[in-house]
Design a protein around this ligand. Structure first.
Ligand code: C2E
Ligand code: MG
Ligand code: MG
Ligand code: MG
Length: 285
């Protein structure tokens, strides 16, 4: 089985006496087991418009490890990539998020989009199959699904990636560029990928109040994006002050602790039903 193969390769690396390597390998073994034991779950962080109305949620991977506690999803993803099980994990995330949205739709309480993070290794033909299958089983409208790809990870500049993204868009799915402005190739991707949305990276949002060049960067991005019919969402919005200045600089959507933290399923249902402006849904805890 895959499990025993992973285990035997663990042993080799354990002999190298590399602590970090040990951790990574131990975790890799655990990820495989956790998938089988259904230990992963998702939280959903609202994305809102200028008036605080929820337009969508971003699905975020969560794992309470029996020994290490909450493992940062970036670590989980990095290790899963390394260990070659990211496709399996990524497929689980897509299916879980889609089933959840279908469930919410069924109860008629929401009309929102589901954003799902995709790692570069997942960007292959299989992804289209996974999406087509899940749309068939859930009857979801592909327009309600958005894939977030991140520019800090090299997506490559090969035409295959561009074509694959277009193929996914042809299904009706939207593409968002995550952590926009954190990497080096922002403008390149803006030009070559037919993006629907860009998410301004937290490192830019964080300094927007006091840093004039952050403000200039954001207004340039929103100006360019508008001319290309790309929606701009600011992430890591933690204060009203930030939200207001970001609005002035041309951001149309917002995500961050000021509006809502990543929420459990039951918190989501409350947040969706409570009121129009998510800030008014105060007793989410
Ligand atoms: P991301 O896609 O940029 O997700 C946003 C991250 O910022 C989340 O961290 C969220 O909890 C955090 N965040 C949101 N608003 C605020 C805020 O106002 N202040 C601060 N300080 N943080 C805020 P999280 O959940 O720890 O995820 C970290 C990263 O892990 C994600 O960054 C994404 O790159 C990756 N990730 C998470 N889930 C998945 C997944 O299912 N698949 C893949 N491939 N990557 C994932
Ligand atoms: Mg994201
Ligand atoms: Mg993001
Ligand atoms: Mg981000």
């Amino acid at each position: 089985t895959v499990l025993s193969e992973d285990y035997s390769s663990n042993k080799k690396i354990l002999n190298r006496n590399d602590y970090i390597g040990n951790m990574a390998n131990a975790l890799c073994f655990d990820i495989q087991a956790a998938l089988e034991k259904k230990e992963f779950f998702l939280e959903y962080q609202p994305q809102v418009d200028e008036t605080g109305v929820v337009l969508g949620v971003e699905a975020l991977l969560r794992w309470n490890h029996f020994l290490y506690g909450r493992v940062n999803p970036q670590v989980v993803v990095a290790i899963a990539e390394e260990a070659g099980i990211i496709k399996k994990l990524g497929k689980w995330v897509i299916e879980e998020a889609c089933f959840q949205l279908a469930e919410w739709n069924k109860h008629g309480s929401v009309d929102i989009q589901m954003a799902i993070n995709i790692s570069p290794t997942q960007l292959n033909d299989k992804l289209v199959d996974i999406l087509v299958n899940i749309f068939r089983t859930t009857k979801l409208n592909p327009k309600d699904i958005e894939l977030e790809i991140t520019e800090t990870v090299a997506f490559g500049t090969n035409p295959e990636t561009v074509n694959l993204l277009q193929e996914i868009k042809n299904l009706g799915v939207s593409i968002a560029m995550d952590d926009f402005g954190a990497g080096h190739a922002s403008l390149y991707y803006m030009k070559h990928y037919n993006l629907d949305k860009i998410k301004i990276d937290g490192s830019i949002t964080k300094d927007v109040i006091h840093n004039k060049s952050c403000q200039d960067i954001i207004s340039s991005i929103t100006y360019l994006a508008e001319s290309m019919a790309i929606t701009v969402i600011a992430e890591y919005v933690e204060t009203l002050e930030q939200a207001e200045i970001l609005k002035k600089l041309g951001c149309r959507q917002f995500q961050g602790y000021y509006f809502a933290r990543p929420l459990s399923i039951s918190q989501c249902v409350k947040a969706f039903n409570k009121s129009k402006n998510i800030r008014d849904a105060n007793d989410l805890e």
